[in-house]
Design a protein around this ligand. Structure first.
Ligand code: DGL
Length: 265
C-alpha cells in the first residue's frame, strides 16, 4: 500500500468537510478524495438499509481511486453502516467511523451526564448511548434528534438568525435539561459549534468530532506506517449532484481554487 495514496472521506454533504479540514490541518502532507453524496442528502432521514447501500457504493468508488484508508465522516453512516463497511473493506484498508473516537474521548474526560444531538438515523440507532454505556454503565445519556440543523447548514444559513431560532427550539427541550456535556453527533454541527456554546452560555462542555477523529486517524496511520511521506496535500472533491452551495462552503473550508466534480454512482 503506497503511503502517498489518498485518504478516502465521505459524508452526505458538507458535514464531512469539517473532518477533512481537521485532518488537513493535522496531516498537511495527506491527499484526500472527498465524496459528498448530495444526491441522497439528508442521510439522517433515510433507512439504515439505504444508508448502508450508499456507503458501500461510495466505498467501492473511493477504493477504485486507490484510497489507502476510508473515513466515514458522517455519524448517520457510522451508526448504521460501519460494520458492513468494515466487513467489505476492512481487510484491505483501515476503516474509520466518527463515533468511537468521540465516545472514548468523552469518557476519558470523565463526563457523566451526557447529551447527544444528531440526525434521526443516528439517534434512533442508539449508537452513542449503547457505546457510551457499554464502556461506562454509570453515565446517563439523553439523546435528541435535531433534523432541521442539516438543511439550515446545507442552505448556507449557519450564520443567520434562522439558525439561532432553530438552535433555541432544540436546545431548550427537556431532553437536554441538566446535561453537563453535549456531543454534536453529526459532522455538520461543528459549523454551529460557537453558536451552540454561546447559547449554552459555556455551562455545558460541547464535544464535536473533527479534531478527535483526526487525531485517532493520525495515530492509526502512523502505527501502520501509512502516513504520507511526500509534501503534497492535494485534494479532490466529488459530489453525486452538483450544488452551488456545496461548492461555496467547500471553498470556505479549502480555498477558492477548489473545483467540484460530479460523479453519479
Ligand atoms: N453529516 C451527517 C451526519 O453526521 C449526515 C447528515 C445528514 O445527511 O442527515 O450524520
Amino acid at each position: 500500500m503506497a503511503n502517498d495514496a489518498p485518504i478516502g472521506i465521505f459524508d452526505s454533504g458538507v458535514g464531512g468537510l469539517t473532518v477533512a479540514r481537521a485532518l488537513a490541518n493535522l496531516l498537511p502532507r495527506e491527499n484526500f478524495i472527498y465524496f459528498g453524496d448530495t444526491a441522497h442528502l439528508p442521510y439522517g432521514e433515510k433507512s439504515a438499509e439505504a444508508i448502508t447501500s450508499y456507503s458501500l457504493a461510495i466505498g467501492d468508488f473511493l477504493m477504485s481511486k486507490g484510497a489507502k484508508a476510508l473515513v466515514i465522516a458522517c455519524n448517520s453512516a457510522s451508526a448504521v453502516a460501519f460494520e458492513a463497511m468494515q466487513e467489505k473493506f476492512g481487510h484491505l484498508v483501515p476503516v474509520f467511523n466518527v463515533i468511537d473516537p468521540v465516545v472514548d474521548a468523552t469518557l476519558a474526560h470523565g463526563h457523566k451526564k451526557i447529551g447527544v444531538i444528531g440526525t434521526r438515523a443516528t439517534v434512533l440507532s442508539g449508537a452513542y448511548k449503547s457505546r457510551l454505556q457499554k464502556n461506562d454503565a454509570t453515565v446517563t445519556v439523553n439523546s435528541l434528534a435535531t433534523p432541521l440543523l442539516v438543511p439550515v447548514i446545507e442552505e448556507g444559513l449557519a450564520q443567520s438568525n434562522i439558525s439561532n431560532d432553530v438552535l433555541a427550539h432544540y436546545l431548550n427541550k427537556p431532553e437536554l435539561a441538566g446535561v453537563s456535556s453535549l456531543i454534536l453527533g453529526c459532522t455538520h454541527y461543528p459549523i454551529l459549534h460557537n453558536k451552540i456554546e454561546e447559547y449554552l452560555k459555556n455551562r455545558v462542555a460541547v464535544i464535536d468530532s473533527p479534531l478527535i477523529v483526526a487525531e485517532t486517524i493520525s495515530q492509526v496511520l502512523a502505527a501502520k506506517h501509512l502516513l504520507a511521506t511526500k509534501k503534497w496535500g492535494k485534494h479532490i472533491f466529488y459530489v453525486s449532484d452538483y450544488t452551488e452551495t456545496f461548492e461555496q462552503i467547500a471553498r470556505q473550508f479549502f480555498g477558492n481554487d477548489l473545483r467540484l466534480q460530479e460523479q453519479t454512482l
